[in-house]
Write a protein that binds this ligand. Sequence first.
Ligand code: OAD
Ligand code: ZN
Length: 372
Amino acid sequence: MADGAQDSKELSDASGSKTGDGDKKETSWLQNFMVSALHISATPPEKLLPEVTIEGVAKYILSDKCNNVVTIAGAGISTSAGIPDFRSPESGLYHNLQKYNLPDPQAIFAIDYFKENPEPFFMLAKELFPGHFKPTPCHYFIKMLHDKGKLLRHYTQNIDTLERVSGLDGDKLVEAHGTFHTSHCLICGKEFTQDWIKDKIFTDTVPKCDQPDCDGVVKPDIVFFGEKLPDRFAECVTDDMNKCDMLIVMGTSLVVQPFASLTARVPVTTPRLYINLEKGMTGMDPFAALFFGGGGFDFDGENNYRDVFKESTCDDGCYALAGLLGWGPELKKLVATEHAKIDKEITKEASKATAKKTPLKMQSKTSKKKSP
Ligand code: OAD
Ligand code: ZN
């Protein structure tokens, strides 16, 4: 997993060290880590799950003890919407970038490469641009956790904005790898809107700043390798992880820091559920996980008291958990209603676009024909 190690190194500079919360919280994080990684503890941590299974997780979530669920997610929560993840063999984005002639696949998201060659990123951005995709059942499950008063925060590595489209409040969301929502000129720093940059990207133009005497490339505010994470990440992460009484990790390989280490930042008693197609490196011990990525879970350990792995798609895993919580029919209904709303919107926009393209004469002829 050489690329995982590289990811970790690249992004770790921009993460934990910037929290600025002083020695007290760092110490509590370190204590947590000592207990979970090195098993240095006078007494074994309290077991909060009635049983270390997804059924146990559901019972615990429904109990009074669990009021601050943190969800952390990656590209796997959006693949069923038609957006590829990064590292899956065959379908992953990093395996399908040959046409861009990159020195290595991750160069497409590397700031130094982008400054010299922005074109490949903008070609790809056209394919990935938010607006074409519908949130998945997994996104609506996260929204539902919020509606039920259980969600403390959702951390996403995704830039597809599907959490926002699902209706999740902005204050419940940390977009740790940024978003297409705004863009900035790399030279003068002027801010541009999503519509402005969309127009450039969809007309195959590298977006350039419109300020007099500035010809800087305008880059969407998504975090590239070699860039720091948004301030909001550092502002929320320490308190959220300390308060977290249930961690749900979904659709991420956990090879990119700081995400890989978030799993080690919750209290040692906090149960952790991982829903993913495969375990990958996530069973690596927490000490190694800190350096190489991986969740540091103890799924198969004989003393495992809190880690549950659900091997499934994120959608199936969320439906299974929703069913156990007694929220199954409600989740299905929410997905159907919201998808129908989006479909209606898409149809409306498509007919507007067709009307725009149709010459006025034609439009009046067509409408004459239709009128009785
Ligand atoms: P990855 O592609 O590394 O991992 C996606 C994980 O989701 C894999 O473990 C897949 O097996 C799993 N998966 C795929 N589809 C799934 C499904 N339908 N249900 C359940 N699991 C599924 O993507 P991330 O972990 O998100 O960073 O990658 C993290 C970061 O690496 C990205 O944010 C991006 C990338 O380089 C930047 O661009 C800065
Ligand atoms: Zn500028």
